[in-house]
Design a protein around this ligand. Structure first.
Ligand code: NAP
Length: 484
C-alpha cells in the first residue's frame, strides 16, 4: 500500500501554476493510489471563494484526466478553500484551526506540505507565520515546497534563505527546479552510473566537450514584466542549466540517496570556475536579444519592455568544472527565446581515437546525445564500416526513443516532484549550497553585463541565436553539434 497521509496547504491556490500543474499532478497521484482517503488540500489566496467554487475550479483543471464523474467528485471533496492575505496574522489563526480539523477528519498524522506557489517576496513572511501561528505541527513532518526564482542574485538569495532557515531546517525545504523532475534529466544518473562503458569514459581523458542546449521557439509572451528584471542568464542558466551541469560532472555518489547525491552536486558547483574580470567574461560568455521579423515583434517592441532594453533573451557560454575528472573539458551552454526550435538536449562529444589508421579524414567523433524535450531518447554516434566495396568508414547512430506508449505514461515533472516531497526524498530539489554556488557564478557575469550596454538586437527569430554564439565554439575549433 503506497497511500501517503498528508495535508497540503497551497499558497497561491487560485494561481496559474496551481491550476495548470499542481491540481492535475495531485489528481494523477490520486489515480495511482499514492493519495487515497487520507489527504486534504487547503487552497489559499486573497480571492473570496467558497469551498464549492474552489472544488469546481479544481475539477475544471483536471477535466482532461478523469473518465468518471464520481472519481473526480470524490477527489475534489478533499479540497478546502480559505481566503487569506499573507500579511494578515488573523488569517493564519483561521488556517491553523482548519488545518487541525482536517488533520483529525482525515487522520493525517500531523504531516504537512506547505506549497508556496506565489511570488518569492512572500516566502519569508509565510514561513514565519507558519511557525509562529503553530500551523507547523510537532508530530508528523512539515515540508516547505518553494517555487523559483530563489532570489535574483546571491545577496537576495542569502537574505531569503536566512529568513526561511529560522523556521524550517534545510532538510525540510524543497526548492523546486522542475527540470529535475524531467524523465531524461533523471536518466543522466542511470546512464552515467549504471553503465561501465560510460562511467569509465566519463572524464577529461575521453570527453572532448559537452554541449547543452535549452532553446525555446516562443518569445517572451506575457512575461515581459518579470523578464525585464531577469533575463535568460537568471531565468535559465542559474537554475536549470547549472543543475544539468552538476548532474553531468559530479563525482559518483556513494549511494543513490538525496544526501549523497546532493553532496556531490554541491562539490561540482563549488568547482565551477568563476570568471571574474570583464575580459574573461567577454571571452567566455555572449548574449543576444531577438529582433523582429514580419509579424513577430522584436523583444524591445514587446509589451512592457523598455525600447532600449539591455536584457538578454539569449545566452551562450563556455564553462569549466575544475574537479579531477572535468578540468579542461569545455562545457558549452546556450539558451534563448525565439530560436529555430523548442528543444532541450545534451551532447557529450568524445575525443577522437588517438591515431586514425583509416584513410578517411572525415571520421566523426563519438557522441552521446541525451534528448530531453520534446522527444525523450538517447543517441550514440559511432563509426562503422560503410557497406560498400573497398573500405571506408561512416557514422551510424544507435538510437533509442521512448515509444508512444512509454512517452504517454511518463509522469509529468510536477507529479514526480510532488510525490518525492510526499516521500521526503529531496534528490530532485536544489539544496541551498547549490543555489549559493550557482548565484556566485552567475552574479559575476551579470555584474559585467549590467555595466556594459549590449549591441541589441542581434539575432533573428527562427535562428539558433547570434553569430557570436557560433564564434564562441569556432575559436576552440568546435561547432554546435545540434544545428537545426
Ligand atoms: P500567479 O498566477 O500570479 O499566482 C499568484 C497567486 O498568489 C495567486 O493565487 C494570487 O491569488 C496569490 N496572491 C497574490 N498576492 C497575494 C497575497 N498578498 N496574499 C495571498 N495570496 C496572494 O503566479 P503563478 O504563475 O501561479 O506562479 C507562482 C509561483 O510559481 C511564482 O513564484 C512563479 O515564479 C512560479 N512558477 C510559475 C510557473 C507557471 O507555469 N505559472 C512556472 C514556474 C515557476 P489572489 O489574487 O486571489 O490573491
Amino acid at each position: 500500500n503506497n497511500e501517503q497521509k498528508a495535508l497540503f496547504i497551497i499558497f497561491g491556490g487560485t494561481g496559474d501554476l496551481a491550476k495548470r500543474k499542481l491540481y492535475p499532478s495531485l489528481f494523477r497521484l490520486y489515480q495511482k493510489g499514492y493519495l487515497q482517503n487520507k489527504f486534504a488540500v487547503i487552497g489559499t489566496a486573497r480571492r473570496e471563494w467558497s469551498d464549492e467554487h474552489y472544488r469546481n475550479v479544481v475539477k475544471e483543471s483536471i477535466k482532461d484526466l478523469y473518465l468518471s464523474e464520481k472519481v473526480a467528485d470524490d477527489f475534489v471533496s478533499h479540497f478546502y478553500y480559505q481566503a487569506h492575505h499573507v500579511s494578515d496574522v488573523e488569517h493564519y489563526k483561521t488556517l491553523q484551526k482548519l488545518a487541525d480539523e482536517l488533520d483529525k477528519k482525515y487522520a493525517l498524522c500531523g504531516n504537512r506540505l506547505f506549497y508556496l506557489a506565489m511570488s518569492p517576496r512572500f516566502f519569508g513572511e509565510i514561513s514565519r507565520y507558519l511557525k509562529t501561528e503553530n500551523i507547523v505541527t510537532d508530530h508528523g513532518y512539515n515540508r516547505l515546497i518553494i517555487e523559483k526564482p530563489f532570489g535574483r542574485d546571491l545577496a537576495s538569495a542569502q537574505i531569503l534563505n536566512k529568513e526561511i532557515e529560522k523556521y524550517f531546517p534545510e532538510e525540510s525545504v524543497f526548492r523546486i527546479d522542475h527540470y529535475l523532475g524531467k524523465e531524461m534529466i533523471q536518466n543522466i544518473s542511470a546512464i552515467r552510473f549504471g553503465n561501465n562503458i560510460f562511467s569509465a569514459l566519463w572524464n577529461n581523458r575521453y570527453i572532448d566537450n559537452i554541449q547543452i542546449t535549452l532553446s525555446e521557439a516562443l518569445g517572451v509572451e506575457e512575461r515581459a514584466g518579470y523578464y525585464e528584471t531577469a533575463g535568460a542568464l537568471r531565468d535559465m542558466v542559474q537554475n536549470h542549466i547549472l543543475q544539468i551541469v552538476a548532474l553531468l560532472t559530479m563525482n559518483a555518489p556513494i549511494s543513490f540517496n538525496d544526501v549523497d547525491i546532493r553532496r556531490e552536486k554541491i562539490s561540482a558547483l563549488k568547482a565551477l570556475k568563476v570568471y571574474s574580470t570583464p575580459e574573461e567574461i567577454n571571452e567566455n560568455f555572449v548574449r543576444g536579444q531577438y529582433a523582429g521579423l514580419g509579424d513577430m515583434k522584436g523583444y524591445r517592441e514587446e509589451k512592457d519592455t523598455a525600447e532600449d532594453s539591455n536584457i538578454e533573451t539569449f545566452v551562450a557560454g563556455k564553462l569549466y568544472v575544475d574537479n579531477m575528472n572535468f578540468s579542461d573539458v569545455p562545457i558549452y551552454i546556450r539558451t534563448g527565446k525565439r530560436m529555430a526550435v523548442k528543444t532541450t538536449r545534451i551532447d557529450i562529444v568524445f575525443k577522437q581515437v588517438p591515431t586514425n589508421i583509416f584513410k578517411d579524414s572525415g571520421m566523426q567523433a563519438n557522441m552521446l546525445t541525451i534528448n530531453v524535450d520534446p522527444q525523450e531518447g538517447l543517441n550514440l554516434r559511432i563509426n562503422a564500416k560503410e557497406v560498400k566495396p573497398g573500405f571506408h568508414t561512416e557514422s551510424i547512430n544507435l538510437s533509442h526513443l521512448h515509444d508512444i506508449e512509454t512517452k504517454e505514461n511518463i509522469p509529468e515533472a510536477y507529479e514526480k516532484l510532488l510525490l518525492d516531497a510526499l516521500l521526503g526524498d529531496a534528490t530532485n530539489f536544489t539544496h541551498w549550497e547549490e543555489v549559493n554556488y550557482s548565484w556566485r557564478f552567475v552574479d559575476a557575469i551579470r555584474h559585467v553585463w549590467d555595466l556594459e550596454p549590449a549591441d541589441f538586437p542581434n539575432y533573428l527569430p527562427g535562428t539558433m541565436g547570434p553569430k557570436c554564439s557560433d564564434e564562441l565554439l569556432a575559436k576552440d575549433g568546435n561547432h554546435w553539434e545540434f544545428n537545426p
